[in-house]
Design a protein around this ligand. Structure first.
Ligand SMILES: *Cc1c(COP(=O)(O)O)cnc(C)c1O
Length: 243
């Protein structure tokens, strides 16, 4: 079912009210928190709807989907890769994004730097830190983050600006808070240790972004609260759009 502009406006307003309330509680300025609207699985029309409601920063988690979608969206918006980047997708991703949130290994840093140099892009990157002890799919170990920051800081086509994490899923959103606190402390520690400025913390999604704001998030990645449920959804360009 198609969504109307009023549907988008209502959701954007509701998310804005939640952000404003969280900033107020935390004694933070609204401008210190940037909303990344996560449009994965939704069509270009959804991006258009949301951008007409004033949103200007969009996040995708799959490079191929983004590569097909971005040319179908109007310009004037920024694109972030919010998910983990596979090394073999670095070349395709290099020209597409202004910010990469999911960078988690030295080989990946070097590969992305090389590909960005080739296309003349100089994106900001965040080092993704694994919030859980057990081996999860992506994110470096907290102990390895400082070294990765240093490697990234030495790259001429990347600008390392902070850390990102995805807490393990939990029904109780408060369970995310210690992970957000840990990321902020790790950031403080790495800044002291390396002297590299890391102003950005990418943390918080639809369910828990208020908690993330209270704990220092500067980028929140919000999908379903803005676009609706992704259950059963995928997006591919239609034959027309590919022509
Ligand atoms: C999908 C996704 C989000 C958005 O999730 P919602 O719960 O829909 O807000 C945020 N971050 C990452 C890395 C994602 O893949």
């Amino acid at each position: 079912m198609d969504q109307t502009l009023a549907d988008y406006q209502n959701r954007v307003d509701a998310v804005e009210a939640r952000i404003a309330a969280a900033c107020e509680r935390a004694g933070r300025a609204r401008e210190d928190v940037e909303l990344v609207a996560v449009s994965k699985t939704f069509p270009p029309e959804a991006v258009r709807g949301a951008s007409e409601c004033g949103l200007a920063v969009f996040g995708e988690n799959r490079v191929q989907e983004a590569a097909a979608k971005i040319p179908l969206c109007r310009g004037g918006v920024a694109w972030h890769l919010i998910g983990h980047l596979q090394r073999n997708k670095a070349r395709m991703a290099a020209p597409l994004f202004s910010v990469f949130h999911g960078i988690d290994s030295e080989r990946l840093v070097r590969q992305l730097d090389k590909c960005c140099a080739e296309v003349g892009n100089r994106p900001r990157i965040l080092i993704q830190v694994n919030a859980v002890d057990e081996a999860s799919k992506s994110g470096c170990e907290p102990d390895a983050a400082a070294e990765l920051v240093q490697v990234a800081a030495s790259c001429s086509s990347l600008d390392v600006v902070g850390l990102m994490t995805i807490p393990p899923f939990a029904a109780d959103t408060e369970a995310a808070r210690p992970h957000f606190v840990a990321l902020r402390r790790l950031r403080d520690h790495i800044q002291d240790e390396t002297g590299v400025a890391l102003p950005e913390l990418s943390m918080g999604m639809s369910a828990d972004f208020e908690i993330a704001i209270e704990e220092g998030a500067t980028w929140i990645r919000v999908g379903s609260a803005l676009f609706g449920s992704r259950r059963g959804k995928t997006w591919r360009p239609s034959a027309d759009e590919l022509m």
